[in-house]
Design a protein around this ligand. Structure first.
Ligand code: CA
Ligand code: CA
Ligand code: CA
Ligand code: CA
Length: 336
């Protein structure tokens, strides 16, 4: 679900855009962040039971960005003379825990310098990975977990504190030294809707009219999808507060011009449909209606001073792409 309150934007639009569903939220740069911990530390002198009871070396990685996870890989590097003593767990901000290394002390190979990736051809410490890991470059051996799968984190929010728990289940002959770990994300494509509101004097005869009381204004809300994915079908709701110094005009927005309804719609690449009768509603409430369905006022013909909010719900799944798709909604109001 994505919700963006357009009142955060420094324009006069007091609108709420709702974009419901799986494809929204993260900024495109989020997946380019570097989320890594390089604070070394010794882990060891545990027995299996101590390890299970939580006697871990702990390292955390903070993800400051907000996005949903489509895929995550974990880079992990530790020095160890008998590396399969290592038990490694990763816990997400949501609390999901996955074992990457189970501590089965099955082989004496030195060091881990791995990238855990569910898509890797081989499991850690099997096949071609039954060799010492070199320590450069970082995370050079691409392997699958021998415990759970990283896909368990898919669909979760990446933002927050990730925790690594590391222990040596077979001591005290040898300990390990944690060197570094890094999270690599692919974000779920998301719609990010950017609204702008503008106004212009209504002057169809080009008389050079001024924005003074008695004349009409055309207000236009333009919404651009600057994100990487489409908005969910029918999910866009815009609730705009009419400026207090104007009165909504419930008539033909452009008189003799080609429009016929009180609201004009246009789009570029957005792939939406717009039907005035079903996709525009009104409110005479003092405070912002909670959603489009709560806009239940029927305005009278002509100028109606009772209208306080105008509500829009264009239909379809707003597309993403290059150039960024956009749509515009215009209505008319008289300056009091
Ligand atoms: Ca060894
Ligand atoms: Ca992966
Ligand atoms: Ca050991
Ligand atoms: Ca007209």
């Amino acid at each position: 679900m994505v919700k963006r309150d357009a009142s955060h934007i420094a324009i006069s639009l007091i609108a709420t855009l709702f974009v419901e569903g799986g494809m929204l939220y993260a900024s495109a740069q989020a997946q380019n962040g570097i989320y890594e911990n390089t604070t070394t530390g010794t882990y060891g002198n545990n027995t299996a039971s101590q390890c299970a009871s939580g006697n871990w070396l702990t390292r955390t990685i903070i993800v400051p960005d907000t996005f949903l996870i489509a895929d995550v890989n974990l880079g992990f590097q530790a020095t160890h003379a008998w590396r399969t003593d290592t038990n490694l767990q990763l816990q997400s901000p949501a609390g999901t825990v996955v074992d990457l290394l189970t501590g089965n002390y099955s082989g004496s190979w030195n060091n881990y310098n791995v990238l855990f990736d569910d898509a890797a051809a081989i499991q850690v410490d099997t096949g071609a990975h039954q060799v010492d890991d070199p320590l450069t470059p970082n995370y050079v051996s691409v392997v699958r977990s021998e415990g759970g799968t990283l896909a368990s984190f898919n669909g979760e929010q990446a933002n927050g504190t990730w925790t690594l728990r590391i222990c040596d289940v077979y001591g005290p002959a040898d300990d390990g030294v944690f060197q570094r770990a890094r999270l690599f994300f692919t974000a779920v494509p998301q719609a990010v809707l950017d609204p702008i509101k503008s106004n212009a004097i209504y002057d169809p005869a080009a008389l050079g009219l001024y924005a003074v009381p008695g004349n009409d204004m055309i207000y236009t809300i333009t919404v651009t999808n600057i994100g990487t994915g489409p908005a969910d079908t029918d999910s866009i709701e815009i609730i705009d507060a009419l400026p207090p110094e104007v009165t909504f005009y419930n008539g033909d927005i452009d008189d003799a011009g080609p429009e016929t309804d009180p609201v004009a719609f246009s789009q570029a690449g957005a792939g939406l449909t717009f039907t005035y009768a079903s996709d525009v509603a009104f409110s005479n409430a003092a405070t912002k209606p909670a959603n489009f369905a709560a806009c239940t006022y029927t305005p009278v013909a002509g100028y109606d001073p009772a209208v306080t909010f105008i509500c829009f719900n264009p239909k379809g799944a707003m597309a993403s792409g290059t150039p960024n798709p956009n749509f515009s909604l215009s209505f008319r109001a008289r300056i009091d």
